[in-house]
Design a protein around this ligand. Sequence first.
Ligand SMILES: Cc1ncc(COP(=O)(O)O)c(C=O)c1O
Length: 356
Amino acid sequence: MSDPTTIAAPRPRAAVVRMAPYSPPTAGRAGKLRLDFNENTVGCSPQVVEYLKEHLAASELAIYPEYMETRNTLASFLGVAPDELLLTNGTDEAIQVLMNTYVDDGDDVLLLRPSYAMYRFYTELAGGSIREIDYRSEDLAFPLDELLRAIRPATRAVLLANPNNPTGTGVSLRGIEQILDHAGHAAVLVDEAYFDFSRVTALGLVHERPNLFVSRTFSKVYGMAAMRCGCLLSQSENVDFLHKAQSPYSVNALAAIAVRAAVRDTAYVENYVKEVLAARELLYGGLRKLGIRYYPSEANFVLFFAGARAVFLRDELRSRGVLVRDRSDEIAGSVRVTVGTCAQVRRFLDELKELW
Ligand SMILES: Cc1ncc(COP(=O)(O)O)c(C=O)c1O
């Protein structure tokens, strides 16, 4: 037996040692106007809460989750077959499972910059070798030609968000088809977390495109970020492999139950989207009046330019109870604000006016 005082702590994998710690600034948000994480700012449908209450029995909580009913409900809602859908613990697990299934140490992975931080996180964790293509600096447009040129025969994965966070800009379906054509040996993820605002989807291409993976989430427009539920859609042969790389009970039973009620209340989501689109126009108008530059967005958030005052604005707004995200580390001087209801946008603009 070894003497415990001579045993060193185990050395983590090199990929983990190389990673920078990631901790999202999610503490102390309760009671504030949360315009910092692109969530639904009024909460989920009351029908979801009612349905959850109906199912909250001790006997149900004692059983390991069963997913068949949820998978069937979601598949029919999205217009795919149940075996083309993997239920996931948020988009984050969808990305992780995709990486675990397709990316080995040192594999070439293409990301865009700036984009959703978890693409880099899970690629690094898998030991993938990242190359990043910049969004166009003049208008934050999707750099389609640059991405197509960067794809190599050895590229194993291409991860993109449509529309993208934090730029708010999107890529056309034609563009996605070109990417799929060029990246014949890669798994191409189209993350549609903000689909309900843009209405552009690659889902219709799944049947003809074996290298396409589309993800959806219940964290945004559905107002269920705390539940951690999403899904990954692809051809059934791919989904079989994804299943093998996923832990069998990663989505908790309450989340699986809740999404069944969420997709039934389509009116709730439609009304919320309408409100956000109207509020986004209000926000554009308010920013223009103040002479603040912004980029038109296809999602429920807008990136605007505060220059050297970005951090000051974020901190001052926070002290007034309004949360926004400073994105200057990715695009100099930029601040991202989530679009909520018209009343919430008015409140934000009132505070901004006083500080600007
Ligand atoms: C592009 C994108 N994808 C996915 C998510 C959310 O992921 P999840 O479904 O894990 O909550 C976000 C949240 O900020 C996002 O911006």
